[in-house]
Design a protein around this ligand. Structure first.
Ligand code: NAP
Length: 356
């Protein structure tokens, strides 16, 4: 039986990947900072799948305490990252580097030493440069060393991580390939990430307006399949696919289309106003100020708005052709996401009554 190790098994992507691997007959060891959270998330597994799933308690910042669990692993899927929290107020740069860059490098070194056969790393479409008008980015796009990250420490850390992996590949045996997701939505978003939070805020009709921006939007289950298929091609021909990047980003979708689709599948009215990104930054500044004053989480932050502002169209056709990945319709993703929130308890917040 194939044994997989999934970091971030309690995350939006990692939980869907864990389920997919189990459905495909793998034995899965899932790394979780909070094992109780993992047990809650996978409580619905069929007994036969549950037998093949082991929760490994651990933090990327304390690798030595759980590194033994890498022995006997065929494929490492590294989905964990310091991500959600980095968009909240406060200073996150040191943690971004400790977890995303140093944490990944030491994890791959430990996996290499433990004899793991291959690894798939979750990168991000955000490591690619801003395309500019009329350009779509693909895997041939490299990032110039002087690329302006416009203060987006998260994207910069993901980029530094990818560079660290490229350096690792020149000195180590372990073959690693990259999957670059777009903005993911889907069931299993217990965090929630910004995507799940957006859906919950739309259901609660909290947003007065939406920004005039677009981003590539993908279902986390389709991105999970891209990870599984990447592992398969890597197993078939490690020399061919070592260091390879696969964009799995989904269709370029306007924020307006996104919120209108939530309205379409739930009947909850979407915000009517679409405002320029500059105005949204001013709103975010006001929200941050209010959040600091009251000790509450702002609805939008300048980091979040900035992340949306730099999203370029990305071409996922290589993943479609080589890996056979398809991206399901957005309405289906949003319907399943909302259904998931309805079925799970406790909810991060009770959504307004919706007909899904
Ligand atoms: N979501 C997107 O739109 C998007 C787009 C492009 C790329 N990505 C990348 O996709 C990957 C998965 O993201 P996601 O959307 O699934 O985010 P997520 O739901 O926030 O999941 C992140 C996972 O990483 C775990 N984690 C965080 N810090 C850790 C640490 N120090 N040690 C061990 N585990 C840690 C989290 O554990 P807890 O459950 O305990 O928090 C969680 O399981 C990340 O690499 C992210 O950079 C995401």
């Amino acid at each position: 039986m194939n044994t997989a190790f999934v970091t971030g098994c309690t995350g939006l992507l990692g939980s869907n990947l864990t389920r997919l691997l189990l459905a495909n007959g793998y034995a899965v060891r899932g790394l979780a900072r909070d094992p109780d959270k993992a047990e809650r998330m996978f409580v619905d597994l069929a007994p036969e799948a549950r037998e093949r799933f082991t929760v490994v308690e651990g933090d990327l910042l304390h690798l030595s305490t759980w590194a033994d669990a890498l022995h006997g692993v065929d494929t490492l899927f590294h989905t964990a990252a310091y991500f959600r929290e980095s968009f909240t107020l406060g200073e996150h740069r040191d943690t971004l580097w400790a977890v995303n860059v140093d944490g990944t490098r030491t994890l791959l070194e430990a996996a290499d030493a433990a004899g793991v056969a291959r690894a798939v790393h979750t990168s991000s479409g955000g490591v690619l440069p801003h395309a500019g008008p009329g350009r779509t980015l693909d895997e041939t796009d490299e990032i110039p060393p002087d690329y302006d990250w416009t203060g987006n420490d998260y994207f910069e850390s993901k980029h530094a991580c990818d560079r660290a992996i490229q350096a690792f590949l020149t000195t180590h045996r372990l073959p690693v390939a990259f999957v670059l997701p777009g903005w993911m939505f889907g069931p299993g978003d217990d965090g929630p990430t910004s995507a799940g939070q957006l859906v919950l805020d739309l259901l609660d009709q909290k947003l007065p307006a939406v920004p005039d921006v677009s981003a590539c939007v993908a279902d986390a289950r389709d991105v999970a399949l891209a990870h599984l298929r990447t592992a398969e091609v890597l197993a078939d021909d490690p020399d061919r696919w070592r260091g390879e990047r696969f964009i799995a980003a989904g269709p370029y979708t306007s924020f307006r289309a996104l919120v209108d689709t939530v309205e379409e599948v739930t009947g909850v009215p979407a915000p009517r106003w679409t405002v320029p990104i500059g105005l949204m930054k001013v709103v975010a500044l006001g929200q941050e100020w209010w959040g600091r004053l009251t000790g509450t989480d702002p609805l939008v932050t300048r980091r979040g708005v900035q992340t949306l502002a730099v999203n370029s169209p990305l071409d996922s056709s290589k993943a479609e052709q080589v890996l056979g990945v398809r991206f399901r319709p957005l309405a289906q993703t949003l319907r399943d996401t909302i259904r998931y929130y309805h079925q799970r308890a406790p909810l991060p917040r009770e959504p307004a009554s919706v007909a899904v």
